[in-house]
Design a protein around this ligand. Structure first.
Ligand SMILES: [Zn+2]
Length: 259
């Protein structure tokens, strides 16, 4: 029986019984901690003031028989724009779903804490949170060992010099136009990428967290990047993430594009 005090990001809040919740807290010292919190929900369904989605806080936890229970929490960073901005909130909900899908199997993964700190700050406070989220998710899966192969042809390793690259999702990389290389890819898994987006992906993969979310691309190439990031992450994670779809549909609607 003991107490620990640790700082962390609140990644998920799951209702449990009438007034209780389960919290998933990402900490730098202990990795992911799952703990129960008693009497957190009020009768009207709202949460007590010291708990809200995605806060960064100092948590005091009671540890007994392999279980954690929240004793108290003190918010350090509220990420206050989230309270009024459904777009940024949805972006973070999506990213936390992806991050939790990895943490569930590797709760001690150490790099994820720094990733989340930089990615969540950029999604909450910088412009174009949707694009930031697609950058962040691609950086995240790259860190987890699913780096897209973009340096040369995945099969023959010749440099590819072209304006438009053929990225084969089923192979996780670009292929040159030689028939002996193309036969390895499946047509339905091609995503076309302009040279500028290949460069953007290169910088995203190689730059540290403090710089990689500042990458800017021309507006005409934004949708292409987003489509690539979405299909690539869904492919490597073998899962269809849907939370961002509503936001991109609304965005198209605002631009007058109907599908
Ligand atoms: Zn080739």
């Amino acid at each position: 029986m003991s107490y620990i005090t640790t700082k962390g990001f609140l990644l998920r809040i799951v209702p449990y019984r009438d007034n209780d919740v389960i919290l998933d807290i990402l900490t730098s010292e202990y990795g992911l901690i799952t703990c129960s919190a008693r009497n957190i929900r009020r009768k009207n369904g709202s949460l007590q003031q010291n708990i809200s989605p995605f806060i960064f806080a100092e948590f005091e936890l009671f540890y007994y028989r392999d279980r954690y229970q929240l004793n108290s929490s003190e918010i350090i960073e509220h990420f206050s724009p989230l309270a009024e901005d459904i777009q940024r909130l949805t972006c973070l909900s999506h990213l936390s779903e992806l991050v939790m899908d990895i943490l569930r199997y590797q709760p001690k993964a150490t790099k994820i804490y720094a990733f989340w700190a930089y990615a969540s700050y950029s999604i909450v406070y910088q412009e174009d949170p949707i694009f930031k989220t697609y950058l962040a998710q691609l950086k995240f899966v790259t860190d987890q060992g699913f780096s897209p192969w973009i340096e040369n042809c995945l099969i023959c390793h010749d440099l590819i010099q072209t304006e438009i690259f053929h990225f084969y999702l089923n192979k996780g990389g670009i292929l040159c136009d030689k028939p002996s290389c193309r036969k390895h890819g499946v047509d339905s898994s091609i995503v076309l990428l302009h040279q500028a987006n290949i460069s953007a992906i290169f910088y995203l993969i190689n730059l540290p967290y403090e710089k990689c979310f500042n990458i800017k691309i021309e507006l005409e190439l934004r949708d292409e990047f987003i489509l690539f990031s979405k299909r690539y992450v869904n492919t490597v994670m073998e899962k269809e993430y849907k939370k961002l779809d509503m936001l991109t549909t609304m965005e198209k609607f605002e631009k007058g594009i109907y599908e």
